[in-house]
Design a binder for this molecule. Structure first.
Ligand SMILES: Nc1ncnc2c1ncn2[C@@H]1O[C@H](COP(=O)(O)OP(=O)(O)OP(=O)(O)O)[C@@H](O)[C@H]1O
Ligand SMILES: [Mg+2]
Length: 266
């Protein structure tokens, strides 16, 4: 059995009277890449918010390294766990560099604002996300993809051993999608960081995830290694869509070909 990084125990999440997640249990393995999938509105972002302590559960608890996150101090949580929300909003007028610097806030003290470590973490985050040249640009003047990379840089500057990302590849062109997923893969494989993310691209999810979790009907519908979990039946149950399943000849991971309309050659 692998070690557990995050334990979600019997959690119920609601907005007013509307329950989105009901008595859900989930163990997220340490040092692995876990990907949440599911239909729009099934509660993936809501669950991620609760794991990051941005949303208080009605019942149940979330444990990070066996500690109840609701009982931890904010700065302590911020040193251990970073989250990139689905539609982050930057304060008006900030530059990329100023935005990314926010990631260092858990490490700042009143007396020691600047350190070599601070500068190194900042430059590293800008370099790996390809944002160094754009660091003086206003965040609002960036393209959707550039802005997304600036947010990912902020996340990396926080230098936490758990990183949660809600659809990190949204707005990114194919090159940048792979670049970001490769980067997260390296952070996982080389630095043993635990990555938890929401992805809509099933094929990329199958390629990068060690552990796949499908959310449906307010609960975990099924979970496991993508090669076991991605079957015609499961895709039909999760998405209400018929598909064919193939295999990526290079990676050996499942590929999902959805049914539907389209051009047919021959
Ligand atoms: N702040 C909110 N107030 C009220 N209802 C909300 C709020 N945020 C989300 N919801 C509702 O909760 C449900 C789950 O939303 P959530 O954003 O978690 O879904 P999701 O799985 O992330 O969907 P998507 O794939 O579209 O991002 C939806 O029905 C949504 O309308
Ligand atoms: Mg969402």
């Amino acid at each position: 059995m692998c070690e557990i990084k995050i334990n979600v125990k019997d959690i119920t999440l609601s907005y007013g009277d509307s329950t989105v997640i009901d008595s859900l249990n989930l163990a997220i393995p340490k040092g692995k890449i876990t990907v949440f999938i599911g239909r729009n509105g099934c509660g993936k972002s809501t669950l991620l918010h609760a794991i990051a302590r941005l949303l208080k559960p009605q019942t149940g608890s979330v444990f990070l390294d066996d500690r109840n996150i609701l009982k931890m101090k904010s700065k302590e949580v911020a040193k251990k766990l970073a989250i990139l929300p689905q539609s982050p909003i930057a304060p008006e007028g900030v530059t990329v560099e100023q935005l990314v610097k926010q990631g260092r806030y858990p490490y700042q003290s009143t007396f020691k604002q600047w350190t070599m470590e601070y500068e190194t973490a900042l430059n590293h985050a800008l370099t790996v996300t390809n944002m160094t040249e754009l660091k003086d640009r206003n965040v609002y003047e960036l393209s959707g993809g550039q802005r997304q990379r600036a947010w990912i840089a902020l996340n990396l500057a926080q230098n936490t051993d758990t990183i949660l990302l809600d659809e990190p590849t949204t707005y990114l062109d194919l090159t940048h999608q792979i670049e970001i997923l490769d980067l997260l893969y390296d952070l996982n494989r080389e630095e043993n960081r635990t990555i938890v993310m929401v992805l809509h691209d099933i094929n990329l999810a199958c390629r990068y995830a060690d552990h796949l979790v499908a959310i449906k009907n307010q609960k975990v519908y099924c979970q496991g290694a993508p090669e076991k979990m991605i079957t015609r039946e499961n895709i039909e149950h999760i998405y209400g869509l018929k598909c064919r399943i193939g295999v990526d000849s290079q990676f050996g991971t499942p590929i999902c070909f959805p049914d539907g309309k389209g051009r047919k050659i021959n």
